[in-house]
Design a binder for this molecule. Structure first.
Ligand code: SAM
Length: 228
């Protein structure tokens, strides 16, 4: 189970890194940043500014851990509780330019918010500049999972629930697409997380196999053609 969780974090991060670097957009907002290390991975190829959004206590904890570890973490911190939505004005106050496109990473977070809040979040960001990109993951609702996905989900949901972080939002791809499209996002990709893992990886595994449980989405604001 822990190996599958590690693989999931690597797969989504790799998907996000590749998309971010391909796009060449120089404003990056990491929402629900936690201990995300995107900046540390891409620092020599990403020429721009970054904002980290999370609960105030989590940002302070992150700052302390990174400082104690001697790891540079050049980003603006924006404290926000996503249960109240995300007002782009908060980003603006921290130096973000709402008139220029940005890449918003929202990974490993949507499942911890009630569905109405997820829907509100994508709508709150719809006022960002034309060409802005949203990359996020969501958990499939039970009837869309395969057997491996269902088994893993039961184990993780029990553990996350006991740790005080229950999964609150699981959704069908058609609903996720509706939330995005009604807020003006054009969906370029909505794919199984396992599909971004190279096939050779699975061939070498005895305990891990692809499962249908988590989806990765790449959407942009009012741009139908994937930027090249
Ligand atoms: C599983 S971690 C994901 C961290 C990172 N994005 C990644 O991909 O590894 C979930 C993060 O979402 C944040 N989060 C959960 N609920 C939140 C809320 N209501 N407001 C702000 N952040 C929240 C948590 O504090 C945590 O840092």
């Amino acid at each position: 189970m822990l190996a599958a969780a590690r693989l999931s974090a690597c797969a989504r991060s790799n998907f996000a890194d590749r998309t971010l670097l391909d796009l060449g957009i120089d404003q990056l907002v990491i929402v629900g940043a936690g201990l995300d290390t995107t900046l540390q991975r891409v620092h020599d190829r990403f020429d721009g500014q970054a904002w980290l959004v999370d609960l105030p206590g989590v940002l302070a904890w992150r700052e302390e851990l990174f400082r104690n570890a001697g790891v540079a973490d050049f980003a603006h911190h924006v404290a926000a509780d996503l249960r109240n939505g995300l007002d782009p004005h908060l980003l603006k106050m921290a130096g973000f330019n709402t008139r220029r496109p940005a890449v918003i990473l929202w990974l490993g977070v949507s499942m911890y918010l009630p569905p109405a809040q997820c829907r509100r979040f994508v709508a709150d960001l719809s006022g960002l500049s034309h060409g802005s990109v949203l990359i996020f993951d969501y958990v499939l609702s039970p009837r869309h999972r395969d057997e491996s996905g269902a088994t893993y989900a039961n184990a993780v949901a029990t553990m996350a629930g006991k740790a005080g972080e229950p999964w609150l939002c699981t959704t069908a791809p058609s609903d996720a697409r509706r939330w995005l499209e009604e807020a003006g996002w054009y969906v370029h990709q909505d794919i199984d997380e396992a599909s971004v893992v190279p096939p050779e990886f699975w061939d070498r595994q005895t305990h891990l196999k692809p499962m249908k449980l988590i989806r990765l989405v790449y959407a942009s604001l009012r741009v139908e053609r994937r930027p090249t």
